[in-house]
Design a protein around this ligand. Sequence first.
Ligand code: G3H
Ligand code: 13P
Ligand code: ZN
Length: 311
Amino acid sequence: MPLVTTTEMFKKAYEGGYAIGAFNVNNMEIVQGITEAGKELNSPLILQVSAGARKYANHTYLVKLVEAALIETDLPIALHLDHGDSFELCKSCIDGGFSSVMIDGSHHSFEDNIALTKKVVEYAHDHGVVVEGELGRLAGIEDAVNVSDEDASYTRPEEVEEFVSRTGVDSLAIAIGTSHGAYKFKPGQKPQLRFDILEKVSERLPGFPIVLHGASSVIPEFVQMINENGGNMPDAIGIPEDMLRQAAKMAVCKINIDSDLRLAMTATIRKYFNEHPDHFDPRQYLGPARNAIKEMVMHKINTVLGSAGKA
Ligand code: G3H
Ligand code: 13P
Ligand code: ZN
């Protein structure tokens, strides 16, 4: 099956009360782990590439790895640019075979965000590519830029109709209390999401797909596994999985997960080396790491997304 856009996926997900997982990819084992999980559970997938991933692994390598996954799995897969920050970066991914791009103008003023997003939408739609925009600002780390809690801000529901109609975006990422990275809430803080904002946004945009970034749950077992095997991570708190499942039943059609994959992979490799300090064949530790990614994605599909059997 060739790459698909997210249009059909989101329509079905919205109507069916589930969400599509958007997983960040940086190398072959990650692509394989995610897509083997999708294949086993017959789930559609979004594989997303950040600017940092493109710098690390090279655009062509990542596109070709995803093409290989399409051949191996025959699943509906969208290839998406995560957090595009300029027209040039989006254009390069559109010209280079992606089926979806995000233009993240959330750090700009409302008017500048609209102007930049509209420019990307015009180019993307002319080339059969869909666009995700963002309104509101998440806290946390993106591409080495650390947005402090004070600079983060919730999406204002009263702005969403104007943003969507003036830009022509196909989906909208909103800020309701999720954030990037492993440290989403302070120790002792009770995780909370602003479902009232999500509700108001979806009332204003009926049927329109909403995106949640920063949606890793930071499963304690993996932080513990890292710390039991030579790591030194402080207490980390993520988004409870039942809250994400609730969001997926509402207007949220795309849920972004990266940190949970990083934790699973790193915990597995640390444990491996602790148990086999004399091993040095990369296949010996990357194999179990790939398996851990597969299991994590299967867990997300079953517990958070509800997308099993929807391919
Ligand atoms: O939102 C950011 C994603 O987790 C990608 O992270 O920019 O370090 O590749 P990265
Ligand atoms: P996490 O850091 O919560 O996995 O979020 C990933 C993300 O939003 C990628 O765009
Ligand atoms: Zn993000």
